[in-house]
Ligand binder design. Structure first.
Ligand code: NDP
Length: 296
């Protein structure tokens, strides 16, 4: 392992935006704004993460029924320009007019007049043409800078890419962690061919048994101990590792505890060497055939 400068991922230029470099680890907000942790702790955690360089903040109208967007809005008051702000629209709100209305509600909760990136949260029944049209109108109105999708598998991404405006889709946000590598078979290679970065959600496997299996796995423990890092940092360094010499994954761990925020930010400078990556490949092999996209 070597510690280097902050690892970055470049979002390519679109028809209207120049390329932008973003730190490879940002911050998630699912379960914020729901009263599970004190509101002020959540606000402080996002501000701490921002100070430490995790400037990509991911939220959604879904999280806490808008409560998470309010937490983010409070965290960014007076410092909006320092963040790259991402929110998401429910599939059933992604129509020609309903997406505009949903975005305006999000902007109001977030206390800003523009999102850096607006995502369709998952594929739904409203024709994608309508959603793309609405995204394009929001862009023309200066309410969003880029748009993208989430939870899109290979066929859905192919279909999207064939539509007018589909080529400007900036990212696909999908579940990806050491214990869930299904996307490596076909989806990630497709995204690499399209030059589309990936946002990895649940990079720490969230909670429950799977997470304990990962954090307490003997290979994870041994490697992390040997490198002087925590299992969480190992997982973040792994998920954001370059593939084919190209770094194209932005992980968005959610953390409220200050030590977690600090650890996650410090993982921005951790680089795993080939030997560590190979040991993790042996312990957690990628599937050899296409598996359905993992979704929370
Ligand atoms: P994560 O894998 O990020 O796990 C979050 C959990 O990990 C929290 O319990 C947090 O605890 C804990 N944690 C954070 N940092 C550390 C650390 N360094 N060591 C140990 N534990 C740690 O799961 P999420 O489901 O939150 O996924 C991340 C984000 O992805 C979401 O918040 C959301 O923004 C996005 N997402 C998108 C989805 C989509 O459909 N597009 C679906 C799911 C998530 P604590 O908070 O107490 O610090």
């Amino acid at each position: 392992m070597t510690h280097t400068r902050t690892q970055c991922v470049t979002l390519p230029a679109t028809a209207h935006e120049a390329p932008i470099e973003l730190p490879a680890i940002g911050q998630g907000t699912w379960y914020m704004g729901e009263g599970l942790a004190p509101h002020r702790d959540e606000v402080r955690a996002l501000q701490q993460g921002l100070e430490l360089g995790m400037t990509v903040i991911d939220t959604a109208e879904m999280y806490g029924d808008g409560g998470a967007e309010e937490v983010v809005g409070e965290a960014l008051a007076g410092r909006r320009e320092r963040a790259f702000l991402v929110s998401k629209v429910y599939p059933w709100n992604a129509g020609r007019q309903s997406a505009i209305d949903a975005c305006e509600r999000s902007l109001s909760r977030l206390g800003t007049d523009c999102l850096d990136l607006y995502l369709l949260h998952w594929p739904g029944n409203i024709p994608l043409e309508e959603t793309l049209e609405a995204f394009e109108r929001l862009r023309e109105q200066g309410k969003i800078r880029r748009y993208g999708v989430s939870n899109f598998d290979v066929d859905e991404l192919d279909a999207l890419h064939a539509l007018p405006g589909g080529g400007d889709c900036a990212v696909n946000q999908v579940l990806y962690h050491l214990g869930s590598r299904g996307i490596e078979h076909a989806l990630r290679p497709l995204m690499q061919r399209l030059g589309m970065p990936l946002m990895a959600y649940c990079p720490l496997a969230q909670a429950g048994q799977l997470r304990n299996d990962l954090f307490d796995h003997p290979v994870v423990r041994e490697l992390a101990d040997g490198l002087g890092i925590t299992p969480a940092q190992l997982l973040l360094a792994w998920v954001t590792r370059p593939v084919g010499g190209h770094r194209d994954v932005i992980a968005i761990p959610k953390a409220v505890q200050p030590t977690h925020v600090e650890e996650n930010a410090a993982a921005l400078t951790v680089r795993l060497d080939d030997e560590a990556v190979a040991r993790l490949d042996d312990a957690f092999p990628a599937p050899a055939r296409k598996v359905p996209l993992d979704i929370v």
